[in-house]
Design a protein around this ligand. Structure first.
Ligand code: GDP
Ligand code: GDP
Length: 433
């Protein structure tokens, strides 16, 4: 399942303002821990229980005017190809510009749903001005004010109708995707695993291709590899290479159970790596981190520990993740990497019987109960694991709203200490009982 909303449009129409609005409610829920640098370009949003990824294409193009128009046109093509829904944003206070018309021309060829979004409709007087945008020939015009939020709910109601439903699983093999910045060694790893050179560049512009799924069945391990590395497009615009790879990564990640995030040992962990990590975490995917090109690092007895500590510091608070040091070049630890990924898959699907959960957790809770608030004692009575694709636990208690984040983290740590959930994000809910 993959629900990606791409916002396209010329600069200054309000794309990033809408992006912030679509992702902010989610942010309040998920990113309420400190130290998270948010990515401006893509984020997770939610509307009436449907989760989606929003991409602000505007984050990708900068540079001189001559490359600019070509870049935007190409971006729109990529968005049409990769997103589930395209929002074409225009500015009601400006009306139709040449560049708007150019973009509309490209969008009219789209087979994907396109929504014309007339932004900056801050009052009813401006509402009357939106009629000009019917000239694009792209159907209904949706009036919104990204600044105030007006109209955005109605827009989302329409948009989510175009999302794909969760497909019936045709096979139940673990799905693993290998993600990471360009040049970290993703293709090399896949080639090492499947033992043959793939055709790594496709230059067919405008053709739709799903991520390639490779059935792996060797040495007693069977799983599906979702390959993004092998699909690279030739593009004349540097910024779009990143845009394209991000789109691919998001799609592959949404389809996967476990994300193997490759980091370049020489360059160290960078903000883009952390963005992919958080995206996996927010999507409740299993994660394994590979520090690749380990052969290029001059080592002493402490080097590995220093690297590991630094990475764990940067990925806080979800630090219970396997970190493996590989050299794909020397075929060092690549099978260990796969074994860890499969282990994480198991951990993510693990079900703890209720009796065992209570036997282990209740005494720990009794020894260190939630701090009383406003003179009221909080009592956790019992715990169950909720059915789902990733570990979720309900703690039943008298005053669920009084339990604060530090205590929630305490409970998560105790769950992790006592049952192995390495690499799997855990969700904890407090329910009234
Ligand atoms: P982008 O370049 O398309 O990402 O545009 P931005 O989101 O950066 O917005 C460009 C400018 O328009 C900023 O000054 C925003 O504050 C302003 N803006 C965005 N949405 C609205 C809106 O709904 N109403 C008004 N009045 N201004 C807006
Ligand atoms: P991708 O863009 O992530 O698919 O990266 P590639 O697999 O194309 O690798 C990029 C470059 O890094 C190639 O020149 C590889 O030969 C090299 N490379 C990959 N893994 C290793 C490694 O473990 N050690 C070293 N020294 N080079 C590597």
């Amino acid at each position: 399942m993959s629900n990606i909303i791409a916002i396209v449009g010329r600069p200054n129409v309000g794309k990033s303002t809408l992006f912030n609005r679509l992702t902010e409610s989610r942010k309040a829920i998920v990113d309420d821990f400190s130290g998270v640098t948010r990515d401006r370009h893509y984020g997770v949003g939610e509307w009436t229980d449907k989760q989606f990824t929003v991409i602000d294409t505007g984050g990708y193009v900068s540079g001189s005017d001559d490359v600019f128009e070509a870049a935007i046109r190409e971006q729109v093509l990529i968005a049409i190809e990769e997103a589930s829904v395209v929002l074409f944003m225009v500015d009601v206070t400006v009306g139709v510009t040449d560049l708007d018309d150019e973009i509309a021309k490209v969008l009219r060829r789209s087979k994907k749903p396109v929504f014309v979004v007339s932004n900056k409709v801050d009052n009813t007087a401006l509402h009357n001005e939106t009629g000009v945008f019917y000239s694009f020939g792209l159907g209904e015009v949706h009036a919104v004010s990204s600044m105030t939020g007006s109209g955005t709910g109605d827009l989302l109601d329409e948009v989510i109708k175009h999302f794909e439903d969760e497909p019936e699983e045709e096979n139940t093999l673990p799905k693993i995707t290998i993600a990471g910045r360009p040049n970290v060694g993703k293709s090399s790893l896949i080639n090492a695993l499947i033992g043959k050179e793939r055709n790594i560049v496709t230059d067919v512009a405008g053709t739709t291709r799903d991520s390639i799924k490779i059935h792996y069945n060797q040495f007693g391990h069977e799983f599906t590899l979702i390959d993004t590395a092998g699909l690279r497009k030739k593009t004349k615009v540097k910024e779009n290479i990143e845009f394209y790879s991000v789109m691919r990564t998001i799609k592959a990640l949404e389809e996967a159970d476990v994300v193997v995030l490759m980091i370049d040992a020489v360059e160290g962990i960078e903000s883009q790596d952390i963005n992919i990590f958080h995206l996996a975490e927010k999507n409740k995917k299993g994660v394994v981190i590979l520090v690749n090109k380990w052969d290029l690092i001059e080592k002493n007895t402490k080097t590995m520990k220093v690297f590991e500590d630094e990475i764990r510091e940067r990925i806080k608070p979800f630090t219970d993740v396997p970190i493996i040091f590989t050299s794909v070049l020397n075929k060092q630890r690549i099978f260990k990497a796969i074994e860890e990924a499969l282990e994480v898959y198991k951990n993510r699907g693990k079900k703890i019987p209720t009796s065992k959960l209570n036997d282990v957790m209740l005494p720990l809770i009794e020894a260190y109960p939630p701090p009383a608030l406003k003179g009221k004692h909080i009592k956790i009575k019992y715990i169950t694991q909720i059915n789902g694709t990733s570990p979720m636990f309900a703690f039943f208690c008298n005053l669920p709203q009084y339990i604060k984040d530090p205590y929630k983290r305490f409970l998560e740590n105790k769950l992790r200490d006592n049952f192995n959930f390495s690499g799997a994000p855990i969700q904890i809910f407090f329910r009234q009982k």
